[in-house]
Design a binder for this molecule. Structure first.
Ligand code: ACM
Length: 679
């Protein structure tokens, strides 16, 4: 008994090399955490009491908080805040001010949370801080042999960057309202504060327009948000301290508008909704009055729907072919001394800027809108280069970073985690320039996502980005980030996010009547390739079903990462520790034997036939890994023929197969290298 107690306590003692504050499983890690002895025990007397500014969002937030706390603990709790404070009050909430009517990037999101043996106190200068602090409290809830509890802490917290966003592209594939709402719940849990809603593109126009109804009627094939639904989503976001920035991409990426209103185009129509992926030529005509009077009315209508002060006008990837081909546009450029299409786009953006100003909106757009003719009041979203956000800051423009945060590239969480909006340029920027870098946005482009798999492409990786944008810049412990990411995963599951549930459902669907286990064992070792590889692999369109293994497997393999840790541990210590050695063997044998179970499925299923070679490759990699272990164990140099075969296998296994990658290849390579290096 004494030993067990000691083990439980030791998980609480600080591990060497890990900052004290990260011993908890908070994500994002707060700015300042001071631990104290003891903890507050949660029981059925738990009550919340609120004082200070009575923002109507707060009682609703407290009710959601209590509901989630009850779900976590299973303890029946009083579901509404108490009318009066008492000795029993477990959580005293004090909101000291009203905050902004319409949330802006200047909002104060700070809060202080103090927990002692007797209870907790959450204070903030504005409602947003209370919302953030409630999320922190829920992440502090823990379970030991006695009961649920919250450790004694004093947390003083505020975000490092004021703009922490997620872009969701609903044009390439439409996402129903409930998908957006679930993502807003997840964003709030990770203290993110901007939903960048990419609402129009070549493949679809997704908002109801009452002034120009042909936009959604002809441009969306019935898949659009009604204005009522937009209001619901904007309100739901506001309740959670999240701004909604709409993007209507123009003058390129506009085919779906031109289907409805070809008179806006730079070349005669008719146009059809684009079904494939890429950069297309249809483009608005920036030389005609009619374009601007249309945009004036349209933006006026949308300004009433989206209260945020920012309006995203896109501006990326203007092909310029229609402009070059049009004699009228060429002559317009000559008359106005616009030397190239960049100048012409800057002319368009200047006109657009006036329209936005008239409707009380600030302009934000992609890299390409940066032009000396545009005033410093615009905000630039960098997607092409990491350092362009620092460049714009030096030139006086505010900016946010998305380069390095593209979720559709299917990079691991650590890749995004290490991408900092300030980057290496931080030291060379003045303080004033640094404050122009407002933050960043994860981007979920929609080519290869649908309601089945979008959540697994966004979460949990976006939580790592959320932490980069909220937490102190010195927080760099990747191992600890992954430890806490698993807690984030569980929290997201509990909130109703579908990223792990849908993965199983899709695998089950592919398995047919048999057990899903063998297919999952294989799928757990596979990653999808990113957008680039997929576009080059076959002809895709918006009509291609996204129900294959590549659409199912998760962007990052936890199993492969844990296996990689085992291999690194094993190879760091000589001789190899017996327990680790056994565990690696056990896994390799399991993967080796799995091929026999998966093979009949790949032979009988049209959907699974393409993964036969992957199952075979995993089998062969496992066999080679086991052989390498034997050589290492015996300290015996493998024969040359073995090394040649192993090298060939690695070379073949590194290539994408059925648009997927085998995630254990690098670790198998380490085992093979270690065997080859035996003297
Ligand atoms: C973009 O990825 N074209 C902004």
């Amino acid at each position: 008994v004494a030993l067990i107690m000691f083990l439980q306590l030791s998980t609480y003692a600080s591990r060497p090399g890990v900052a004290q504050e990260t011993e908890l499983h908070l994500m994002p890690v707060p700015q300042r955490v001071a631990r104290d002895k003891g903890e507050f025990r949660i029981d059925n007397t738990f009550t919340v009491h609120m004082t200070g500014y009575p923002d109507p969002r707060l009682p609703a937030a407290a009710a959601r908080f209590l509901h989630r706390l009850q779900k976590i603990t299973g303890i029946p709790l009083a579901m509404s805040p108490a009318q009066q404070a008492s000795e029993q009050t477990a959580l005293e909430i004090r909101c000291n001010g009203a905050g902004e009517q319409i949330q802006s990037p200047r909002a104060d999101e700070s809060y202080t949370l103090e927990v002692s043996i007797r209870g907790a106190r959450l204070t903030a200068p504005s409602p947003l801080g209370i919302l953030r602090g409630l999320e922190t409290f829920l992440q502090l809830v823990d379970l030991d042999g006695r009961s649920f509890f919250v450790p004694s802490v004093k947390i003083e917290d505020r975000p490092r960057f004021p703009w922490r966003g997620l872009l969701i592209d609903v044009s390439r594939h439409f996402e129903p309202v409930e998908v957006i709402l679930r993502n807003l719940d997840a964003m709030a849990a990770m203290k993110m504060n901007v939903l960048h809603w990419h609402l129009s593109d070549d493949q679809g126009f997704r908002v109801e327009s009452r002034i120009f109804p042909k936009l959604h009627k002809l441009g969306s094939e019935g898949q659009y948000y009604t204005q009522e639904e937009v209001r619901e989503i904007v309100g739901y976001a506001r309740d959670r301290g999240i701004r909604v920035v709409p993007e209507f991409d123009m003058p390129g990426h506009t085919t779906s508008w031109l289907v409805a209103y070809p008179e806006l185009a730079s070349a005669p129509g008719p146009y059809q909704i684009e079904r494939s992926w890429g950069v297309f030529d249809p483009c608005m005509d920036p030389t005609r009055k009619k374009t601007y009077s249309f945009l004036d009315s349209f933006i006026g209508e949308m300004a009433g729907l989206f209260p945020d002060e920012y309006f995203h006008i896109g501006g990326d990837e203007v092909s310029g072919k229609q402009w070059n081909a049009s004699p009228a546009i060429r002559s317009f450029k000559r008359r106005r001394h616009l030397k190239d299409n960049r100048d012409l786009q800057a002319y368009f953006n200047q006109r657009l800027l006036k329209i936005l100003a008239k409707h009380g909106k600030k302009m934000i757009g992609w890299d390409e809108i940066l032009h000396p003719d545009l005033p410093k009041s615009i905000t630039v979203q960098s997607w092409r280069r990491q350092d362009s956000v620092a460049d714009s800051a030096r030139r006086g423009y505010a900016g946010i970073l998305s380069y390095g945060y593209y979720l559709d590239h299917m990079r691991p969480a650590v890749f995004h985690y290490e991408m900092d909006p300030l980057g290496k340029q931080a030291a060379s920027l003045t303080e004033g320039e640094q404050t122009r870098i407002l933050g960043g946005e994860a981007c979920m482009w929609g080519e290869f996502v649908n309601p089945d798999n979008i959540e697994s492409r966004i979460w949990p990786r976006t939580a790592a980005i959320a932490e980069r944008l909220w937490s102190p810049p010195g927080l760099r412990d990747v191992h600890d980030m992954y430890r806490r990411l698993e807690y984030a995963n569980r929290e997201l599951d509990s909130l109703g996010l579908m990223h792990r549930v849908k993965y199983l459902e899709m695998l089950q669907r592919m398995s047919g009547e048999g057990s899903v286990a063998p297919l999952k064992t294989l799928a757990d070792l596979l990653n999808p390739t990113g957008l680039g590889v997929r576009l080059r692999s076959r002809k895709y369109s918006s009509l291609t079903p996204l129900n294959r293994m590549v659409d199912t497997v998760l962007p990052e393999s936890d199993t492969a990462r844990m296996f990689g840790d085992l291999v690194d541990n094993a190879l760091a210590d000589q001789p190899m520790p017996a327990g680790v050695f056994q565990e690696i063997r056990r896994l390799l044998i399991c993967w080796q034997e799995n091929e026999n179970l998966v093979k009949p499925m790949t032979e009988q299923s049209f959907l699974l036939s393409e993964i036969g070679p992957l199952a075979k490759a995993v089998f062969e990699l496992s066999v080679k890994g086991l052989e390498a272990l034997d050589y290492i164990g015996l300290r015996q140099k493998p024969p040359e023929t073995w090394s040649t075969e192993a090298a060939l296998l690695l070379q073949e296994s590194e290539k994408p197969q059925a648009e997927m990658l085998i995630a254990i290849v690098p670790s198998i390579k380490k085992l093979i290298d270690a065997a080859n290096n035996i003297k």
